[in-house]
Design a protein around this ligand. Structure first.
Ligand SMILES: *Cc1c(COP(=O)(O)O)cnc(C)c1O
Length: 371
């Protein structure tokens, strides 16, 4: 089909998932696919292989599993499937997504220890080490890479080294960074990396995926605390039935994701995408600072994915008014999510260019109703 015929979106989503996707990705959804047919399953297998290639050069050591649902379903599939009955998870939480992982562990009756350094501080590695020394029952360490709550980038390499020093299985929620920030999960010593279709790969929402160390995953048969979210069983079917999902798969979303993966390669891969995100994020912050906005985080903790801005001092500032005005002018931004400061967030992942950031800043300047 002629993709130019697809109508433009009324606004850009500056929200990190769902995000603005290209017409090419949207057009891929205009066919119906059979969920068990070879044509479709070949695409699934190609996607699985491409994900492993994106994640590491040691492709023979890892495998990927796709799982229906939003990103959190995948996090829950990992938490509920890879920890044995006598296991215990240490979750390093400095935001809502780390807290969500801890909440899942609690609901699943998995013994949990929480390392919570608050929302604006990086995790404390010394504290991590003493917790690992003091509590030999801990079997798994989990952390969020880009904590989308604030936009903070957590030190997953240093945490991985520490986890491995004490022989722990290492889980990373890289939901909002995988595909947008270069990483090799072999070097990072990650056993389970979790991400989803509608973040930096720039697909549409509907499923998530886990890239797992094969040696670890194969231990997990029969460990799952949920049937639908049984990570091992889902992997086992995909692996042995040539890309077959256990239950109905989101066929259109998967097809769009396949196109998004090809689009990522066409852009020049993860490094090119990372550079685009970085350039956009820097232009955004530079422009916003000129308008008088301050970022919540110092630059050295900030990811190139999403940025939290503090409300300006002015009493006349109302987020809702800014939101409505920007929406009418073609931009949707994000409210804040932290408890101790008034913030709003602007994401720059998706089909968004540096020029869009410059236009956004110009628009905010024109709408500077609160001064
Ligand atoms: C988006 C996101 C998730 C998953 O959120 P869903 O709404 O379930 O897709 C989990 N962790 C992080 C860090 C995220 O950014």
């Amino acid at each position: 089909m002629n993709i130019e015929l697809i109508e433009d979106n009324p606004y850009l989503l500056l929200t990190p998932g769902p995000l603005s996707t290209s017409k090419r990705v949207k057009a891929a959804m205009l066919k119906d696919w059979c969920t068990w047919d070879d044509d479709y399953n070949r695409i699934v297998q190609d996607i699985r292989a491409r994900l492993v290639q994106l994640a590491t050069k040691e492709t023979s050591l890892y495998s990927s599993v796709l799982m229906q649902g939003s990103g959190s379903f995948c996090v829950e599939a990992v938490v509920g499937s890879v920890i044995p009955q006598n296991g215990k998870i240490l979750v390093m939480a400095n935001g809502a997504y780390g807290q969500r992982m801890a909440h899942m562990a609690k609901m699943l009756n998995i013994p949990l220890v929480l390392l919570d350094n608050g929302e604006v501080a990086p995790p404390d590695l010394n504290q991590l080490e003493s917790m690992l020394q003091e509590d030999a029952e801990i079997t798994h360490v989990a952390i969020v890479h880009c904590e989308t709550t604030t936009g903070m980038l957590n030190p997953i390499e240093a945490v991985g080294r520490m986890a491995k020093k004490y022989n722990k299985t290492y889980i990373v929620d890289a939901m909002s960074s995988f595909g947008g920030i270069p990483m090799d999960i072999t070097d990072l010593q990650i056993d389970y990396l979790i991400s989803s279709a509608n973040k930096c790969i720039q697909g549409v929402p509907g499923f998530g995926f886990v890239i797992a160390k094969i040696d670890e995953l194969t231990k997990c048969a029969g460990w799952a605390r949920s049937h639908s979210l049984d990570l091992f069983d889902q992997w086992d079917k995909m692996e042995h039935y040539n890309g077959k999902w256990r239950f109905t798969s989101p066929t259109h979303v998967v097809r769009a994701f396949y196109e998004a993966l090809k689009e990522l390669a066409d852009e020049g891969g993860v490094i090119a995408r990372f550079n685009r995100y970085k350039t956009s994020q820097r232009a955004l912050v530079k422009g916003m600072k000129i308008l008088g906005f301050e970022t919540l985080l110092p630059e050295q903790l900030q990811s190139p994915i999403i940025t939290s801005f503090l409300y300006p001092e002015s009493e006349a500032f109302q987020f809702q008014t800014l939101y409505e005005k920007l929406k009418r002018r073609g931009f949707v931004i994000y409210p804040g999510k932290i408890t101790n400061a008034n913030t709003f967030r602007i994401g720059n992942i998706g089909e968004v260019q540096v020029d869009d950031m410059i236009r956004l800043v110009d628009t905010i300047q024109q709408e500077k109703f609160w001064t």
